[in-house]
Ligand binder design. Structure first.
Ligand SMILES: [Cu+2]
Length: 457
């Protein structure tokens, strides 16, 4: 059989693919609908999910950098919905946030998403309406934007990790608004799995893999690791690292992505194992058999991915500062107020699980956390005065952490702020619009942890 390199393979498979089904305006449809899917291992029955095109994960959307993405969302769910294109620095009107950038799409209705993908990297799309429920039901998929000059690898694999709460019959437990979850660490499941696309089960020693991990869990922070592979972290949240970093076990907060380029190091007959760690235990998510040798030695050298067209921070001394103080939750100052339905001192009514506050305010505000001009830099010190970790995500922009020593971390769109700690982030407002800024532990978001930043045109 003729060996194709990745670009040739993509070209040949594109040529063989039939034209996609078309709607009016030539758009491909993305239908959100209930379906049955094999979520649990094969010895269990199928699970009723909600999926894009009836699949979980939804169809992989893959485009070249700079390409236009057009999808007509058709809502065949019994609830309103909307799609957020996570991590893409897109046109604000296409960001998919009901109440901020669009109206939720009613059952039976549709909405045309149409935007370009300016940055190469690993992204994802997911529901942004009643997302604690809709993402937990399965409404998400991977979105990969290819570099024009991508590094050559033998396999380019998306690994979507998720955390399901299932009964012994593999039915989804439908307690999406559990007050205990909302006040604590969120909805944590009892079945974590990782799905590979393509589903590669065999590799060869000395082959090179690109692994694109996505944490699609609603609330769980996942500690991952793998064995039999050696290489570097090359991108975080889609954005290339300026210098590829060594790999340790790696933590992924909800919505975070990590890209690796790795070489298969073990001997034929052995295995590559991808696992997650829970306390002292490691659980296998995926295994690949090593079936032979490809070449006499691994390639070893791993170059940085080409940079995306985003401006990195150079100086934040004259930036606007907007502090974000997190309060509330169980074991936090607002707990009593929540359970007794009392008023916060800001006047916000705390009831029905609305128990997390930013700067003393629970839930969305009419005025943004900050309002900056185009090209202006915004610094946000995030003070986590709660007993839980939070994963703060800004839409439509990537930020960098401003470290205590004044240096800047890598570009990201989601940052984990551990309980009781402070992290400062900053970014340059290059993309005008109303951008949601929220905890990506979706139970926390539903229970009050959201605000927004305005970048003026
Ligand atoms: Cu949170």
């Amino acid at each position: 059989m003729i060996q194709l390199n990745r670009r040739q393979f993509l070209a040949s498979s594109a040529a063989l693919t039939l034209a996609p089904p078309v709607w009016a305006q030539g758009m491909q449809t993305l239908e959100a609908r209930p379906a049955m899917a094999q979520v649990a291992p094969s010895e269990y029955p199928q699970t009723e999910i909600w999926g894009y095109d009836g699949m979980n994960p939804g169809p992989l959307i893959r485009v070249p950098q700079g390409a236009r993405i057009q999808r007509r969302l058709l809502n065949s769910l019994p609830q309103p919905t909307a799609v957020h294109w996570h991590g893409l620095r897109l046109n604000n009107a296409m960001d998919g946030v009901p109440g901020l950038t669009q109206d939720a799409v009613a059952p039976g209705a549709d909405f045309a998403y149409d935007f370009t993908a300016p940055d190469a990297g690993t992204y994802w799309y997911h529901s942004h309406n009643k997302s604690t429920e809709q993402v937990a039901r399965g409404l998400y998929g991977a979105l990969v934007v290819d570099e024009p000059d991508a590094p050559e690898v033998d396999h380019d694999i998306v690994v979507i990790v998720d955390d399901w709460r299932l009964t012994a019959k593999a039915e989804l437990v439908q307690d999406f608004d559990s007050p205990h979850d909302w006040t604590h660490a969120g909805r944590l499941g009892n079945f974590i799995h990782g799905r590979l696309a393509p589903d590669i089960t065999e590799v060869k020693q000395n082959q090179r893999l690109r692994l694109r991990f996505i944490n699609a869990a609603t609330d769980r922070v996942i500690l991952m690791g793998f064995s039999g592979l050696s290489g570097k972290v090359v991108a975080l949240d889609g954005m290339p690292l300026e210098t590829p970093a060594p790999i340790e076990a790696f933590v992924m907060a909800p919505a975070q992505r990590v890209d690796f380029i790795v070489d298969v190091m073990r001997e034929p007959g052995e295995k590559v194992v991808i696992a997650f760690q829970d306390g002292d235990k490691a659980y296998v998510l995926a295994e690949m058999a090593i079936t032979g040798k490809a070449g006499s030695a691994p390639r070893r050298k791993i170059a940085a991915l080409p940079a995306n067209p985003i401006t990195r921070l150079s100086n934040v001394s004259s930036a606007q500062i907007a502090e974000l103080k997190m309060e509330g939750g169980a074991m936090g100052g607002l707990r009593q107020a929540v359970y007794q339905g009392e008023m916060l001192d800001t006047g916000a009514l705390v009831d029905k699980g609305m128990i997390w506050a930013f700067n003393g305010v629970v839930g969305m505000t009419d005025t943004p956390l900050a309002d900056i001009g185009r090209g202006e830099t915004l610094r946000i010190p995030i003070i986590n005065d709660t007993a839980f970790s939070h994963a703060m995500h800004i839409h439509g922009n990537h930020f960098q952490e401003v470290k205590p020593d004044g240096t800047f971390g890598p570009l990201r769109d989601t940052i984990l702020v551990p309980a009781g700690e402070t992290r400062e982030i900053a970014f340059i407002g290059e993309n005008p619009g109303k951008w949601l800024f929220h905890c990506h532990m979706l139970s926390h978001q539903a229970a009050g942890m959201k605000t927004w930043v305005n970048v003026r045109a």
